[in-house]
Design a protein around this ligand. Structure first.
Ligand code: ADP
Ligand code: MN
Ligand code: MN
Ligand code: MN
Length: 359
């Protein structure tokens, strides 16, 4: 099992320093999405006092080497603080600060889908859109091999691993437990976790979150996952199909409702929304992974609890459909629906914006 070198450093020695008082200073870790639209970056600055609101956090800048736009030249960007969380790694009063990135002309930088999402969400505020996202991921050793898999063969076939318990079924639960607690500490609206179909594959759910907060919460939950995995010396992959063949891929099912869908007789509005979504299938596929559908093409095969990428389908309690109406929602005739198409590496800002504007 190849775990990273730094994970093997003596953590008890580190703890001695982490226990030192920090005076009246506060550490704020600024976090942002890079131009790939998938990668997260971070850096820390010291503040003189604990910020009480997001407005108290200074705008920061950063220079990026952007190969796409400038052929390798460094360009200055602005980091604009958008949401603040308690820091579960350095603990109170330290903060995690999620930022959006603007270019020096104040336009959204490449990979910044938050700006547009926020615009749409503020326009539809009165509909009170709620989202819940199910983030699937795969734990890898640092050599890219799935965590806990035998080095020269495969684990037994899928079946016993979903929601499994026991050393032969649950690969890497320490990470899941640490991430869950760290999210609760931070104030992330994490609402559950489970082991997935493929060994070393897991899921956590965040929600329900209203409007723009869905994207903010999921991105911070992803950051916390990467950071926890760093401590354990393993890597969390959001690749939608990490292992080809007869192994489940990883998605980010997105559950959605508006106020009228949640009220009595709301099923009618759910069905109307699904009807509108059926007319924009290809548009949604383009938005649901960072490569315009190429990543999801490996996953949405029509097998392994997925629909076919080329076809739109919907049904009650149907896990092979693009859109599923949960069984209980069909019975109560109100609630929400689930879009099963987004890939694990989707941008939640882009997905929630598309869902909102299409339905
Ligand atoms: P599944 O049965 O598909 O595995 P999960 O239990 O993993 O479902 O996830 C359900 C998700 O639905 C959670 O993220 C939850 O927050 C979200 N959710 C529940 N109710 C609503 C609602 N009314 N509107 C939007 N999302 C909701
Ligand atoms: Mn789920
Ligand atoms: Mn799942
Ligand atoms: Mn689901």
């Amino acid at each position: 099992m190849t775990t990273s070198f730094s994970s093997k450093l003596n953590k008890a020695v580190k703890q001695q320093y982490m226990d030192l008082p920090q005076g009246d200073k506060v550490q704020a870790m600024y976090i942002w999405i890079d131009s790939s639209g998938q990668g997260l970056r971070c850096k820390t600055r010291t503040l003189d006092s604990e910020p009480k609101t997001i407005d108290e956090l200074p705008v920061w800048n950063c220079s990026f080497r952007n190969m796409n736009q400038t052929g390798g030249l460094s360009i200055e960007m602005y980091l604009i603080p958008k949401t603040m969380f308690r820091d579960p790694f350095r603990k109170d009063p330290n903060k995690l600060v999620l930022c959006e990135v603007l270019e020096s002309n104040r336009k959204p930088a490449e990979g910044n889908h938050r700006r547009m999402c926020e615009k749409i969400m503020s326009m539809v505020k009165g509909q009170h859109p709620w989202f819940g996202m199910e983030q699937e991921y795969t734990l890898l050793a640092i050599d890219g091999h799935p965590f806990g898999w035998p080095s020269n063969s495969f684990p037994g076939p899928q079946g016993p691993y979903t929601c499994g318990v026991g050393a032969d079924r649950a690969y890497g639960r320490d990470i899941v437990e640490a991430h869950y607690r760290a999210c609760l500490y931070a104030g992330v609206m994490i609402c559950g976790t489970n082991a997935e179909a493929m060994p070393a594959q897991w899921e956590f759910q965040v929600g329900p979150c209203e409007g723009i907060t869905m994207g903010d919460q999921l991105w911070i939950a992803r950051f916390i996952l990467h950071r926890v995995c760093e401590d354990f010396g393993v890597v969390a992959s959001f690749d939608p199909k990490p292992i080809p063949g007869n192994w489940n891929g990883a998605g980010c099912h997105t559950n959605f409702s508006t106020k009228i869908m949640r009220e009595e007789g709301g099923l009618r509005y759910i069905e109307e929304a699904i009807e509108r979504l059926s007319k924009r299938h290809h548009y949604h596929i383009r938005v649901y992974d960072p490569k315009g559908g190429l990543d999801n093409a490996r996953r949405l095969t029509g097998h392994h609890s997925t629909s076919n990428i080329n076809e739109f389908s919907a049904g009650v309690a149907n896990r092979g459909a693009s859109i599923r109406i949960p069984h209980a929602v069909g019975q109560e005739k109100r609630g929400y629906f689930e879009d099963r198409r987004p890939a694990a590496n989707c941008d939640p800002y882009a997905v929630t914006e598309a869902l909102m504007s299409s339905s």
